[in-house]
Design a protein around this ligand. Sequence first.
Ligand SMILES: Nc1ncnc2c1ncn2[C@@H]1O[C@H](COP(=O)(O)OP(=O)(O)OP(=O)(O)O)[C@@H](O)[C@H]1O
Ligand SMILES: [Mg+2]
Length: 449
Amino acid sequence: MPVPPPSPLLHLPLGELEGVDEATWLDVIQKMDEVYSKLVSDEVELEEKNAQLEQSQQFIFSLLSAMSDVLIACNQDGLIEETNAALCELVGRSEQALLGSPVLDLLADEQSVQRWQLALYHSDSRSGVVVEINLRDAMGQVVAVDFNCTPRHNSAGRQVGRVLVGRPLGELKRAYHQLREAHEALKLAQQQLLHSEKMASLGRLVAGVAHELNNPISFVLGNVHVLQRYGTRLSRYLEAVHRLELPNEVQALRAELRIDHLLKDLPSLLEGTLEGAQRTTDIVSGLKRFSTVGHEEVTPVEINGVVERAILWVKKGTAPRFQVHWTRGADCYVTGNAGQLLQVMMNLVQNAYDAANTEGDKTPQLRIILQQTAGTVQLHFADNGPGIAPAHLSRIFDPFFTTKSVGKGTGLGLSISYGIVEQHGGHLTVDNLPQGGAQFTLTLPLVAP
Ligand SMILES: Nc1ncnc2c1ncn2[C@@H]1O[C@H](COP(=O)(O)OP(=O)(O)OP(=O)(O)O)[C@@H](O)[C@H]1O
Ligand SMILES: [Mg+2]
C-alpha cells in the first residue's frame, strides 16, 4: 500500500498561526491528517476497484467479441441495450448505431415481427423460447436466425428485458435441404427398384399365362372364322330351300324351331363371338409382348423420327383433330428396337389424346419436348387432359390398370411401355402438371450416331 505524503499543514511555521491556542491547533492538524490519510486510502481503494471493474469489463467485452453466435440484450420496450460483434457484422451496423435502436428495426418481414412478439409474450420462463426470425444482413439479404429468447432480471429479481442468443440458419438449412433431396432421391430409387422387381416377377407370371391361353384362343378364333363362313353358306342354302314348295310338316318344323329368326340372329352371334375372341387374342399378344420385351433386334434408332411416326399414326388412326405441338430437334440416337420404341411413343400419344378428348369441347392438345442432356435424351409428353388422380399414380404402370371402358383399353399399354423402356436402359415416369394435365417423361441413354 502506498505511503501517504505528510499533511501540508505540518510545514507551516508556527509563527503564522498566531492568536490560536497551540494545543487546539495541534488537535486540528491531527484531525486533518487523519481525514487526509482516510481520503488517500479511499482513493487507493477506489482505484483498485476501478481497475477490477475495467478488467471485468474487458473480460465481458472479449467474451462478446469472441462469440460467434449473435447476441441482443434489450429492455422491456424492445430497445437494444447490449449487442456483440457477431450481430454488428451480420447486420452491417456499428455497435453505436445499434444501441438504443428497436429490435424490430432488424427484422426482415412481417412474419418475423409476429414471431418476435410471440416470443416476447412466451419467454417468461428461465428456459425461454426458441424462435426462428429473419434478419436483413449487410447486403440486404434475408438471413434466418434461430434465436433462444430468455428473460433478463435486475438485482431485485424484477424482469427488465430479454436476452436473445441466435445462430444463422443458412448453413444448417442448406445442409438439411441437401439431406432431404438425397433422401427423396433414395426413396425414388427404392420405389423404382421395387417396381422393376414387381414388373420382373409379373413378367414371368404373365409369360406363363399367355403361353397357356395362346393355344386355346387361337383355335377358338380360327374355328369362329370357319363357322362364319359355314354360317353364310348354310344361310344361302336354307334361303334357297325355303323358296321351294315344302311339305307341310317341314313348314311346321320351320316355324316351331324358329329357323327364320335363327338365320337372322346367326351372323350377329358369330360377329360377337369373333369380336370377343379377337379381343382375347389382343390381350394375349399384349401379355406376350409384356413378357418377351428385350428379344427384338437392336440397332441405333433416331428418336426425332420415332416421335414423328408415332404422332402421324395416332392422328391417322383415331385422332385427326388432335393438336400436337412438336418441334424436331437435332438428330439423336439411342440403341434399341425401333418398333418397340414406336410402340411406347404411340401409346403415350394415344393415351394423351384419350385423356384430353374427354374434356368437353376443349381441343385435345399435347406438347412434346425433346431435351438432350449429358448422355441422355428426355422426352416430355404434356397434355391438357384432366391429369391422373393421386390414388392412380402408383398403379398406372401396373398391367391391366385402366380407367377406360370395356373394349376401349386393355390397361397393358403403359406396363408394356415401362418394360420396353427399362430394357432400353431408360426410365418412364409420370407426374401431374401444376396447370393441369399429365406429363410423362421418357429418358433414354444416348449413343454416338
Ligand atoms: N395422359 C394421361 N392422362 C390421364 N390418364 C392417363 C394418361 N395416360 C394414361 N392414363 C391412365 O392410365 C391408364 C392405363 O394406361 P395404359 O396405356 O396402360 O392402358 P389403356 O390406355 O387404358 O389401355 P391400352 O393402352 O392397353 O389400350 C389409362 O386407362 C388412364 O386411366
Ligand atoms: Mg394406352
